[in-house]
Design a protein around this ligand. Structure first.
Ligand code: ARG
Length: 590
């Protein structure tokens, strides 16, 4: 590890070893009191407990061993035995230069890259995406980028929901409403040929309207539900009429999904659906049976997954329903098998709403029992909800579910307003203005989401999200664009960046912040927590603001100017990198 934290941990560790203590005690962290020190080690306190000595004595011994280190300008002992470390300007300058020269801007790669699959977004056929899919898309996209940036081989898969009971429900509902469509479906099912033109009248809006009605009817009316289940089973058997209508559903949905994902800057390597594993299901069921895992349960076939010591009763995995259909969990299990055979991932990350935690626990346990994955390889990375001001999952004013497309449009409109208010983008062409408004909107939505730990729910507040002030995406874009314009000006004046020398407090602070990129990335990576990177981006732009206010660039002496310009360039590059990990793109100007 070559970040300062790593380098100093090694030095302090060696000092602990000299004092006859375990080197791990030397681990340093950023100082709690940046006014007094840059880094600190609390190891003497832990050591004192272990060996029953006075912590200050241990700290003294360690400090003495560190005294000759040329990188340190001060080693001080504070309070009960904290060791406070301050770096020399030269050491900080060298680190800033190393980050500036590093194409990875100070970020390490994982020592052992893995094959990682991220299952996220989770859109469904025949249902427009709603705000619930927003978080799955934003967080999943960021985790995919983060893992890729760390050096893993990563695939993102949308895992399209296209094969369950909801398909049977909708097919029935569309046929009830539209006799021409029903005629074609029946004819095809009877083995006749028919003209598919009637299907063209079926739109996503129809499906969207019919689905909630059909779902409600299915809950209230057992005959209706039974019919939907039968249709689902027949669809999964590829009855030609149902299958053809289902394909129409898929097609009309795909267009809308691609539009929404594109608008959000979300893109998948694999666009696979539940239906893609259909061929694997029969052989898989036979194999599960042969392994003795399947149990008959009132006409259905299940896998029991409870374990000794379970705190709560997990229901079994329903593999085959009593109608003979594959269920949500069945396709998930078959998908695990499919992925194992194709990509053989060492880690699978499911970025899905926290409310599906039990579902995944059940599927994962079944997969481990079946030998389709090794214990620990499958991970559900859940998240909380985006709420309205009432603290409940966000709804429209009419109490309905807000479609993702409408939310994106709303945010864009607000972004345009905000840009006008701030007098930004006024001199740009209409096209460029639109592009910027789009980027501001995406930054607003993504940063508002990613700045919280994913498990936390947050309140949708478009006014705050889109503000150019405070901890927001638009603020970060604005800061980055400011640096870009500064660099353009320097270039126009023929001023070039040069070797970095760090002297001013604001330069020291900026360098320490640049150095902390690695720590933020590691934390985000280990905890599936992009908020650590969001926090870093925010701190970096704040540190830059202070630096820019305290350290004039263009008017400084040539050597100082060149150094500060290099710091500005490096900051911009790292900020853009961090934002890219969050899935946020920075416009050229604003
Ligand atoms: N389509 C599902 C939903 O809307 C989410 C899919 C999540 N991924 C998975 N492998 N089950 O709830």
């Amino acid at each position: 590890m070559s970040d300062l934290k790593g380098v100093l941990s090694e030095a302090v560790g060696a000092a602990f070893a000299q004092a006859g203590l375990p080197p791990e005690l030397g681990r340093v962290t950023a100082s709690d009191r940046p006014d007094l020190a840059d880094f600190q080690s609390n190891g003497a306190l832990a050591a004192a407990k272990r060996v029953g000595k006075n912590p200050r004595e241990i700290a003294d011994a360690v400090a003495q061993a560190l005294a000759g280190d040329p990188r340190l300008s001060a080693v001080e002992i504070a309070g009960p035995g904290f060791i406070n470390l301050k770096l020399t300007d030269a050491a900080l300058g060298a680190r800033a230069q190393a980050i500036a020269d590093d194409p990875r801007l100070g970020a390490e790669r994982v020592a052992q890259p893995r094959r990682v699959l991220v299952d996220y977004g989770g859109p469904n056929v025949a249902k427009p995406m709603h705000v619930g899919h927003l978080r799955a898309s934003i967080i999943g996209e960021s985790i995919k980028r983060l893992y890729r940036f760390r050096g893993d081989e990563v695939l993102g898969d949308a895992h399209f929901g296209d094969w369950g009971y909801q398909m049977g429900l909708l097919i029935g509902a569309v046929m009830d409403e539209n006799p021409a469509v029903a005629g074609v479906v029946d004819a095809l099912n009877a083995g006749q040929t028919a003209d598919l033109a009637a299907f063209e009248t079926v739109s996503l809006a129809d499906l969207d309207r019919l689905y909630p009605e059909a779902a409600a009817k299915g809950k209230a009316d057992t005959d209706y539900r039974d019919r939907a289940r039968k249709i689902t089973a027949a669809l999964q058997d590829r009855q030609p009429g149902y299958f053809a209508l289902w394909q129409r559903f898929r097609d009309v949905t795909q267009v809308a999904l691609q539009r929404d994902f594109h608008a959000l800057g979300v893109d998948f390597d694999l666009w696979k659906g539940e239906s893609d594993v259909e061929d694997l299901i029969d052989p898989m069921v036979a194999e599960l049976d042969a392994k003795g895992l399947l149990v008959d349960d009132q006409g259905a076939r299940i896998i029991r997954v409870t374990r000794e010591g379970d705190k709560k009763d997990l229901p079994p995995l329903l593999v085959v329903s009593s109608e003979g259909s594959a269920m949500y969990g069945t396709t998930d299990l078959a998908t695990i098998l499919d992925r194992k055979r194709s990509f053989d991932p060492q880690l699978v990350i499911y970025c899905v709403d926290q409310r599906q935690a039990d579902h995944f626990e059940i599927v994962f346990r079944a997969a481990y029992l079946a030998g389709y994955a090794i214990e620990g390889e499958l991970n559900h990375v859940g998240f909380g909800t985006m709420n309205g001001t009432d603290g409940k999952p966000f709804k429209t004013r009419e109490g309905g579910v807000l479609k993702l497309n409408d939310m994106i449009e709303m945010t864009r409109e607000k972004a345009r307003e905000r840009l006008h208010e701030a007098g930004l983008g006024e001199d740009l062409s209409a096209d460029e203005f639109e592009e910027i408004a789009g980027k501001v909107a995406v930054a607003a939505l993504k940063f508002a989401d990613l700045q919280n730990f994913r498990g936390t729910s947050y309140v949708f507040d478009l006014d705050r999200f889109t503000s150019f002030e405070g901890k927001t995406g638009p603020y970060l874009l604005y800061q980055a664009v400011r640096v870009k314009s500064l660099l353009r000006r320097a270039e126009a004046e023929g001023v070039k960046a040069g070797p970095i020398a760090v002297t001013e407090p604001a330069e020291r602070e900026l360098t320490l912040t640049l150095d902390a990129f690695e720590t933020a990335l590691t934390e985000a990576y280990d905890r599936y927590a992009p908020n650590a990177v969001a926090e870093h981006a925010y701190r970096l732009s704040q540190a830059f603001s202070k630096f820019y206010a305290a350290c004039p660039i263009m008017t400084a002496q040539p050597a100082v100017r060149a150094s500060r310009l290099a710091l500005a360039q490096t900051t911009l590059a790292q900020l853009e990198r961090a934002l890219d990990v969050l899935g946020i793109a920075v416009p050229e100007r604003m």
